[in-house]
Design a protein around this ligand. Structure first.
Ligand code: 13P
Ligand code: SF4
Length: 324
């Protein structure tokens, strides 16, 4: 996989000598903005954000913010969810092209056609999807609440799960309930393999393997702990007796993990591409420069047709209610 490095912003150049950190702080005040960031953002962005979290925490933070402007340092579906929840706020994103392989490979029209094969099914969609797919869903879930959301339906209720087949398979295993799965996957987590993990484990026998549920089954079968990015961070923070962890997710999570556990050895699981660590090419389109420019120029921003927003809002709200 080729990794597009964060490019320079396309708009007016940044004058020489500008302190990006000072300017971002000044703009934050003048816009009455809150900066939300995902754990896969560069460390320098995580360090200046008002709130860093996983997808569920970020949508909860977006739902309750009093700020006039939300600056979303993450990928498009995350910022779009913030807009679904906040039609009257500006939602800025440093790079509008920051997509997600799961969301991009499940187009709304194809999903609608596919669903026709499953009448009588409830539709549970992973938050890593477009507003169009959300609007076709009964409830949204994230990697931290997928099991709970599926269990919220009566046992005999047939369920469609989209768009991540690996998360779906893991939830099937946890709940013992069959799910009809859209065949999507994350290009980052798909690259971890059980074989490589076993090799790494042989080099670090006392290390625990911790993995995100977007990984394939052969990886999850080897994991001592499986959870969302927040779950992985909490697991490392709350197990001080454990001194080494092999971490099977995007490497950005190591930034706060290492701060929480400076004594721990954190070993990033290598992707099959031959790189040393897994980097989400979409998340890393954002940069400090683009963050500054999007605040300075009040854009790019997320826009949504109101009828689509209202249809997508219902399943997002259902998730927030079930996760309270
Ligand atoms: P989390 O909800 O665990 O933060 O995951 C989001 C994501 O995109 C993982 O690849
Ligand atoms: Fe999407 Fe995978 Fe990147 Fe997460 S890591 S944003 S699932 S492409």
């Amino acid at each position: 996989m080729s990794l597009p490095l964060a490019s320079a912003p396309k708009s007016a150049p940044i004058p020489q000598g500008v302190s990006l950190l000072e300017e971002i702080a000044r703009l934050k005040k003048s816009l009455n903005a809150v900066i939300l960031a995902h754990y896969y953002q560069d460390g320098e962005i995580q360090d200046l954000a008002d709130f860093v979290g996983d997808s569920l925490q970020l949508s909860q933070a977006a739902a309750k913010t009093q700020a006039d402007t939300i600056v979303f340092c993450g990928v498009h579906f995350m910022a779009e969810t913030a807009k679904i929840l906040n039609p009257n706020k500006a939602v800025l994103i440093p790079d509008l092209d920051a997509g997600c392989s799961l969301a991009d490979r499940c187009p709304g029209d194809q999903f609608a056609a596919w669903l026709k094969q499953y009448p009588g099914h409830k539709v549970v969609s992973y938050i890593n999807c477009s507003a169009e797919v959300k609007a076709l869903s009964d409830v949204i879930c994230t990697s931290s609440n997928a099991e709970k959301i599926v269990r919220s339906f009566p046992r005999e209720q047939p369920i469609v799960f989209a768009p991540d087949r690996h998360l779906g398979a893991w939830v099937e295993k946890q709940t013992g309930r069959p799910l009809v799965k859209w065949p999507g996957f994350c290009v980052v987590h798909e690259q971890f393999t059980g074989r490589q993990l076993l090799r790494l484990k042989a080099q670090h026998p006392s290390a625990q393997i911790i993995a995100h549920p977007e990984c394939e089954e052969s990886v999850l079968d080897l994991a001592d702990y499986i959870g969302s990015t927040r779950g992985l961070l909490d697991h490392v923070s709350k197990n001080p007796q454990q001194k080494a962890f092999i971490v099977a997710t995007e490497v950005g999570i190591l930034h706060l993990m290492q701060k929480a556990r400076p004594d721990a050895e954190l070993i990033p699981a290598p992707p099959s591409s031959g790189c040393n660590c897994a980097i989400c090419p979409y998340m890393r389109l954002n940069s400090l420069e683009k963050l500054y420019v999007c605040m300075r120029d009040r854009g790019p921003s997320v826009t949504l047709a109101e009828d689509l927003r209202l249809r997508a809002l219902k399943p997002v709200q259902r998730m927030l209610e079930l996760s309270a």
